[in-house]
Design a protein around this ligand. Structure first.
Ligand SMILES: *[C@@H]1O[C@H](CO)[C@@H](O)[C@H](O)[C@H]1NC(C)=O
Ligand SMILES: *[C@@H]1O[C@H](CO)[C@@H](O)[C@H](O)[C@H]1NC(C)=O
Ligand SMILES: *[C@@H]1O[C@H](CO)[C@@H](O)[C@H](O)[C@H]1NC(C)=O
Ligand SMILES: *[C@@H]1O[C@H](CO)[C@@H](O)[C@H](O)[C@H]1NC(C)=O
Ligand SMILES: *[C@@H]1O[C@H](CO)[C@@H](O)[C@H](O)[C@H]1NC(C)=O
Length: 319
């Protein structure tokens, strides 16, 4: 291609931007996630996303677009699809999604989906829709609550509520902290009681994967887990022991029917002495939010119905 020809194309593109349509006002609302839309009105190939913007303007299908950064595929749409639900997305790595009209700009690098909080837990719903990658997904519930979840798809679509692995996060925290959640989904975290409430509108399976010392994984699983709302202080309902390895079966059901407590909303000083929030009764056998690395004490991040078990990693998840 001669440089004169390239110059002509550039001028033509400049023309389209400057006069025929307005190239500004586009917002990148999702990036580098593995999502793309079905059914574009026009598909073409462009060397970069700016050319794709121009191309879409030229075709008249210019409300939103996706651009695939590896295949240079440019797809144009005549509607703003920024609010589309899960079912209009197809998994495709490295797509950028731009929208002309979207009011809210975000630079997510995660898959964002709308999810029905009543029917399933988020990660199971995602897995059943073909998302098989472990990782973080942004969920919007049918009532508009937005939150991120960490999914273990390899293990079968489990939504992770709590993870501790290297003592980088403080767990001796206030009640409100436990309601809102804290920490990082990339490291240690507590997802938050309000989100747990939203996700347990139906009884869910709950399991604990617990690394004892450095080499033995213990397991505890129940078939029915729900918590009440904030007015009931997120009261716990757990039943239906399914499996356990190296643990007593009642380690968590012991706490059934209890409200959630933390050091500033304590019950018999349990949260203060055990160094974390929990559905304390008097106080608890299982203390996954307790003091990391604490030894020979009920304050340990561990379990003690069968003698002390010290954990170095804990994962609490629902499905
Ligand atoms: C282009 O669109 C942006 C945002 O919608 C607007 O602020 C700007 O004035 C427009 N420019 C022209 C030349 O119409
Ligand atoms: C653009 O594509 C959408 C989705 O396939 C379709 O509903 C719409 O009718 C198309 N618009 C035109 C003008 O063809
Ligand atoms: C997308 O949803 C938001 C929040 O409900 C709304 O404010 C916005 O207008 C919607 N955008 C489109 C293009 O429908
Ligand atoms: C998923 O769960 C399996 C089995 O418990 C575990 O081996 C794996 O490390 C987990 N993966 C992630 C990303 O949490
Ligand atoms: C703690 O663990 C997380 C998750 O494995 C990791 O991303 C982080 O870098 C670790 N931090 C330290 C200080 O080891």
């Amino acid at each position: 291609m001669s440089s004169l020809w390239i110059l002509a194309i550039c001028l033509l593109q400049w023309h389209y931007c400057a006069t025929a349509t307005n190239c500004s006002g586009w917002k990148r609302i999702l990036s580098a996630s593995d999502r793309a839309f079905h059914s574009p009105n026009v598909t073409t190939t462009c060397s970069d996303v700016n050319k794709c913007v121009i191309a879409c303007h030229r075709t008249g299908f210019s409300e939103s677009l996706t651009f695939h950064i590896e295949t240079n595929t440019c797809m144009c749409y005549d509607v703003d699809r920024s609010n589309d639900t899960l079912y209009t997305f197809v998994p495709q790595l490295g797509t950028l999604f731009y929208s002309k009209n979207s009011k809210t700009e975000s630079q997510n690098s995660v898959i964002a989906v709308t999810y029905n909080s009543v029917t399933k837990t988020p990660c199971l719903e995602l897995l059943d829709s073909g998302h098989t990658k472990d990782g973080i997904y942004e969920m919007t519930t049918e009532t508009g609550v937005v939150f991120n979840v960490l999914c273990n798809m390899t293990a079968g679509g489990w939504t992770i509520l709590q993870h501790r692995v290297n003592n980088t996060e403080v767990f001796s925290r206030t009640y409100q902290n436990y309601v809102d959640g804290f920490g990082s989904l990339h490291g240690e975290f507590w997802l938050g009681l309000e989100f747990m409430y939203i996700m347990t509108r139906q009884p869910r399976s709950v399991k604990f994967d617990l690394l004892k010392d450095t080499n033995v994984w213990l397991l505890l699983q129940y078939s029915s887990f729900t918590i009440d709302d904030s007015a009931a202080y997120y009261k716990l309902h757990v039943s239906g022991h399914v499996a356990s390895a190296g643990m007593c079966t009642y380690t968590f059901t012991y706490n059934d029917g209890m409200e959630f407590y933390a050091k500033d909303r304590d019950r018999s000083s349990c949260a203060t002495n055990r160094k974390g929030g929990w559905w304390f009764q008097g106080c608890t056998w299982l203390n996954i939010n307790g003091g990391y690395g604490v030894r020979n004490s009920m304050a340990t991040m561990g379990e003690y119905c069968s003698g002390y078990n010290y954990f170095t990693e804990t994962v609490m998840s629902i499905r």
